[in-house]
Ligand binder design. Structure first.
Ligand SMILES: Cc1ncc(COP(=O)(O)O)c(C=O)c1O
Length: 411
C-alpha cells in the first residue's frame, strides 16, 4: 500500500537504544550558546582543542605517505609495516603477538565494534563496567545484545567488584569488557585485580576485551598490557593514536588478538568482518608505524601536564561542600559525586550547571550509573588557569544548587 507522500521514513527500533551522552549533550550546549552564553566544554576527551599538539614526526610520516602515493585502499588488516610495529610493541611489552594477529582499525572504536561483532549475537550478554565508556552499550544495543553492567566501586578507587563480575557470568555471556586505565573514572587497576580477571576468563572460557587506549597515560608510568601478565590468556587488546599520540581525528587504531589458539576462530571472524569495510584510513597507518618506532618524548610532557591538572582538579573539587571526587590515576577524567537533594537527578545538576554557569560536563547516567547518585564526569584538559576559574564557577553553582535546586537550575 503506498504511504502518504508526507509521512516520514521509518527508522530501525535499535537506533533508540544507541545513545552516546558525551555527544548528545552538545545539542543542549548549542542552545545555551544560541541564547548568547559562552560554553566551556568539559565533555569530550580530545586534547587537540586544548592546545596539545600531534608530534611532528607523525604528521610528517602521514604527509609523506600521501605524497608518495599511498592513497589507495590497503589490505583490510592494514599495511605490514604498521602491523609489524604493533606486534613488536606488544611483544616487547610482554604480550607476544605475531603480526598476523594484529588488525589496524579506525580508532579503538572500530576495534571494539569488530570484536563485539565477531563474538556476540542478538540475545547474548557482554559484561561491561559500570560506569562504562558508552560506545560499548551503544554497539551492543545496535546488534541486539545485552550489556550487563558489573559494579566498580568508588569507595575502592573505582576497582571492579570481582564478586559481582563472577556472579553476573551466565550461559549467554560472550565477553568481559575491561577498560584499564579507565574512562570515565581515571582508575588504574592493581595487579591483583588484573590477575583475578584473567583467572576468571581462563576458568570460564570467556574472553576479555581489554581497552588499553589510555595505557601510556598512567601518571606513575605506562600501565602494563593486561596480556603481559599471561601471554596465553584469552585477551583481545585495543588501542590507538587518539590519546597517547595526540591524533584522535586520524582514526588510527589497532586490535591485537592474544596468541592462544582458542582465539583463532575469533581472529578469523574479525578478519572476515574487516574485509567488508575494506580498510582503516590508509595514510594514517603510516602514522602508526612512525608512532611505535619513533620518539615518544612528547608523552613525558603530556603526562606531566595531565598530572598537574588532575592534582588541581582533586584539590579544587574536594574543597567544594557537597562534592567529592576519587583521585584519578591516569588520563584526563575525573568522576566527582554531588550529594543530590531528594528528587533531583544527575542530569538536573549537569543541565543546571550548563544553563546557568556555561560549563558542560556529562552526567553519570550517561555512563550507566543510576540517575540519583549524583555522579558527573569532568574532562580536565583545559589550562590550569582556565580550570581553576571553571571550578570556582562550579563551586558557586553547586552552593546555589544545594541550597535551592529548582531555582539554581534555572537562573
Ligand atoms: C575507553 C575508550 N575507549 C575507546 C575510545 C575511542 O577511542 P578512539 O578514538 O581510538 O576510537 C575512547 C575515547 O574517548 C575511550 O575513552
Amino acid at each position: 500500500m503506498p504511504a502518504p507522500a508526507s509521512s516520514s521514513i521509518r527508522v530501525s527500533t535499535r537506533v533508540a537504544g544507541f545513545t552516546y551522552a558525551i555527544r548528545n549533550i552538545v545539542a543542549e550546549a548549542r542552545k545555551v550558546e544560541a541564547a548568547g552564553r559562552k560554553v566551556r566544554y568539559l565533555n569530550i576527551g580530545d586534547p587537540i582543542p586544548f592546545g596539545f599538539h600531534t608530534p611532528p614526526h607523525l604528521i610528517e610520516a602521514v604527509d609523506r605517505a600521501m605524497r608518495d602515493g599511498h592513497n589507495g585502499y590497503t589490505n583490510s588488516a592494514g599495511i605490514d609495516a604498521a602491523r609489524n610495529a604493533v606486534s613488536a610493541e606488544y611483544t616487547q611489552r610482554g604480550m607476544p603477538v605475531t603480526p598476523d594477529r594484529v588488525i589496524l582499525t579506525s580508532g579503538t572504536s572500530e576495534g571494539i565494534e569488530l570484536a563485539i561483532g565477531a563474538l556476540a549475537d542478538a540475545g547474548d550478554d557482554v559484561l561491561v563496567p559500570t560506569p562504562t565508556y558508552p560506545l560499548y552499550t551503544a554497539v551492543l544495543s545496535k546488534i541486539g545484545a545485552r550489556a550487563v553492567g558489573y559494579r566498580t566501586d568508588p569507595a575502592n578507587n573505582w576497582q571492579p567488584d570481582m564478586d559481582d563480575v563472577r556472579k553476573l557470568i551466565g550461559p549467554a555471556t560472550r565477553a568481559i569488557v575491561v577498560i584499564d586505565p579507565n574512562n570515565p573514572t581515571g582508575a588504574v587497576y592493581p595487579e591483583a585485580t588484573r590477575r583475578a580477571l584473567i583467572e576468571l576468563a581462563e576458568r570460564t572460557g570467556i574472553p576479555i576485551l581489554a581497552d588499553e587506549v589510555y595505557g601510556d597515560l598512567a601518571f606513575d608510568g605506562p600501565a602494563p598490557l593486561l596480556g603481559s601478565l599471561d601471554p596465553d590468556a584469552l585477551i583481545l587488546s585495543f588501542s590507538s593514536l587518539s590519546k597517547a599520540y595526540l591524533a584522535p581525528g586520524w582514526r588510527a587504531g589497532w586490535l591485537a588478538v592474544g596468541r592462544s589458539p582458542r582465539l583463532n576462530e575469533v581472529l578469523a571472524a574479525i578478519k572476515k568482518l574487516a574485509d567488508g569495510r575494506l580498510c582503516s584510513p590508509g595514510p594514517m597507518q603510516y602514522g602508526i608505524h612512525a608512532a611505535l618506532t619513533g620518539d615518544r618524548s612528547h608523552q613525558r610532557e603530556f603526562v606531566r601536564a595531565l598530572r598537574e591538572r588532575s592534582d588541581l582538579t582533586v584539590a579544587k573539587l574536594n574543597a567544594i561542600p557537597g562534592l567529592h571526587t576519587v583521585t584519578p590515576r591516569a588520563a584526563f577524567y575525573a568522576m566527582p559525586q554531588v550529594t543530590l537533594p531528594k528528587g533531583f537527578t544527575d542530569e538536573d545538576y549537569v543541565l543546571g550547571l550548563l544553563r546557568t554557569a556555561g560549563i558542560l560536563c556529562v552526567y553519570g547516567s550517561g555512563f550507566g550509573l543510576p540517575v540519583d547518585q549524583g555522579f558527573f564526569r569532568v574532562v580536565f584538559l583545559a589550562s590550569p588557569d582556565e580550570l581553576s576559574a571553571i571550578y570556582d564557577d562550579l563551586a558557586d553553582f553547586t552552593a546555589r544548587f544545594l541550597k535551592s535546586p529548582t531555582h539554581a537550575a534555572r537562573t
